[in-house]
Design a protein around this ligand. Structure first.
Ligand SMILES: *Cc1c(COP(=O)(O)O)cnc(C)c1O
Length: 363
C-alpha cells in the first residue's frame, strides 16, 4: 500500500515548548476571557502584521460574522461564490443578501463586474483573497469610495502576505484571518479581525462577548472568545512562521517544476507574487489533458493520496443557497469543476511531491 498523503497537515510547535508555555495556566487557573496569552498574542500579531487594531476570535467564521455586524451593514453585499461556505454564510446569517459576482482567472472577484451589480441597497463588498491570491485592491477601493460602500476582505488564506510593500492586513475596512488547524498559521481553531477604524474596538470586543458593555448588554452579541490554550498555540506557532512558509515555498517550487509544462494543467501563477503558499491549486482542462478533475482525484486516491476539490461546488450552487440568491457566475462554476488542491503543508516531503506529480503525468 502506498504511503498515505492527506491534502493538509497542521503545523505544530515542539511539544515540550508548548507544555512549558501553558504550565502557568495551572497556577493562574485563568483559561479564557482576555487572559495573558490572549493579550500577548494580540501584541505579537500587531507587530507581525504591522497593524494597529487587531482582535482575536475563537474561529475565523465568527470573526467574519462579527465584522459584518460591527459595520452595521444592511441590504445587499457584493461577494464571490468561489470561496469556502463561511463567506456566504456570514452574510446570510447577518440577515443580509449576498449578490454574487463572477471571478477572474486568478480566482478572485472580477472587479470589472462589481459596479453593474451595485443597487441602492448595496452596503458593502466582501471579497476573498482566494488561495492567497490578492484581489485587485486599488480598483475595489476606488469603487467602494465612489459608491460609499464598506470593503471587507476574507483574508483567511492570506496570513503573512504583503501587497505593494504593505502588510495585507492593512487593506479594506476590515480583514478577517482564519487560524484554523489547516491554515498557514494556526491556533488550533481561531481567527482575527484587523480593522481600520479604531473606534470599532469596543464594539467588536463587546459583540464577541455576548454584547456586554460593563453590566449592560448593548448589542445582540455572540460568544466568540479565543481561549488561552489556543492563544498559547498561536504564540508558539508564530515563532516558526517564517520557516513554515519557507518550507511551503520549497514544496510549491517542486510542484511547479514537475507540472509547469504539462498540456492541460494550469498552475496558480499568481502565488509567487505574494508568497504564503497556503494551497497548491491546479486546474485540469479535460479537453487538453484528456482527464477531468474528478478522474484525477480518483486516480490519486487509488495511490492513497487525498487531494481536495476546494472550492466545489460554488456557494451559490449549494442547496442552502441555490435559487435563493442572484448571480450569473459562469467562470466560478467552471473553475469549481476543474480545480483540485494538491497536498500542501510545510512538512510534505519533496519526494512525495515528485511521486504525486508522476501519478498525474502517467494518467
Ligand atoms: C477557513 C476559511 C474560513 C473560516 O475560517 P474558520 O477559522 O475555519 O472558521 C473562512 N473563509 C475562507 C475562505 C476559509 O478558507
Amino acid at each position: 500500500m502506498d504511503k498515505q498523503v492527506l491534502v493538509t497537515q497542521s503545523s505544530m510547535p515542539n511539544f515540550e515548548k508548548y507544555c512549558e508555555k501553558i504550565k502557568p495556566l495551572w497556577e493562574s487557573k485563568w483559561l479564557t476571557n482576555a487572559g495573558i496569552f490572549h493579550n500577548e498574542l494580540v501584541e505579537k500579531l500587531k507587530s507581525y502584521m504591522k497593524a494597529d487594531n487587531v482582535d482575536l476570535f475563537v474561529n475565523g467564521h465568527l470573526a467574519l460574522v462579527v465584522a459584518l455586524q460591527a459595520l452595521a451593514l444592511s441590504g445587499e453585499i457584493i461577494t464571490t461564490p468561489f470561496t469556502f461556505v463561511s463567506t456566504t454564510t456570514a452574510i446570510v446569517s447577518n440577515g443580509l443578501t449576498p449578490v454574487f459576482c463572477d471571478i477572474k482567472e486568478d480566482f478572485t472577484i472580477d472587479e470589472s463586474k462589481i459596479e453593474s451589480l451595485i443597487t441602492d441597497k448595496t452596503s458593502a463588498i466582501l471579497a476573498v483573497h482566494v488561495y492567497g491570491n490578492v484581489c485587485n485592491i486599488e480598483k475595489i477601493d476606488a469603487i467602494a469610495k465612489k459608491h460609499n460602500l464598506k470593503v471587507i476582505y476574507d483574508a483567511a488564506h492570506a496570513f503573512g502576505e504583503c501587497y505593494n510593500g504593505k502588510s495585507i492586513a492593512n487593506y479594506g475596512d476590515i480583514s478577517m484571518f482564519s487560524f484554523h488547524a489547516t491554515k498557514v498559521f494556526n491556533t488550533i481553531e481561531g481567527g482575527c479581525l484587523v480593522f481600520k477604524d479604531k473606534s470599532l474596538t469596543e464594539k467588536i470586543k463587546a459583540i464577541r462577548n455576548f454584547g456586554l458593555v460593563g453590566e449592560d448588554v448593548a448589542f445582540v452579541g455572540t460568544n466568540a472568545k479565543m481561549n488561552e490554550f489556543q492563544a498559547a498555540m498561536g504564540i508558539c506557532n508564530l515563532e516558526n512562521i517564517e520557516t513554515e512558509i519557507e518550507k511551503r515555498r520549497l514544496v510549491s517550487t517542486e510542484y511547479d517544476k514537475n507540472l509547469c509544462d504539462i498540456d492541460g494543467i494550469k498552475i496558480n501563477v499568481a502565488q509567487d507574487k505574494y508568497n504564503n503558499y497556503a494551497y497548491y491549486p491546479v486546474c485540469f482542462d479535460e479537453s487538453v489533458f484528456g482527464f477531468n478533475r474528478d478522474e484525477v482525484a480518483i486516480k490519486l486516491a487509488e495511490h492513497n493520496i487525498f487531494a481536495r476539490k476546494y472550492f466545489y461546488p460554488c456557494t451559490n450552487e449549494m442547496s442552502a443557497y441555490k435559487g435563493k440568491f442572484e448571480g450569473n457566475t459562469p467562470i466560478a462554476s467552471k473553475k469549481a469543476k476543474d480545480i483540485l488542491c494538491l497536498p500542501m503543508y510545510a512538512d510534505l516531503k519533496l519526494e512525495d511531491v515528485a511521486r504525486i506529480c508522476n501519478i498525474i503525468k502517467k494518467i
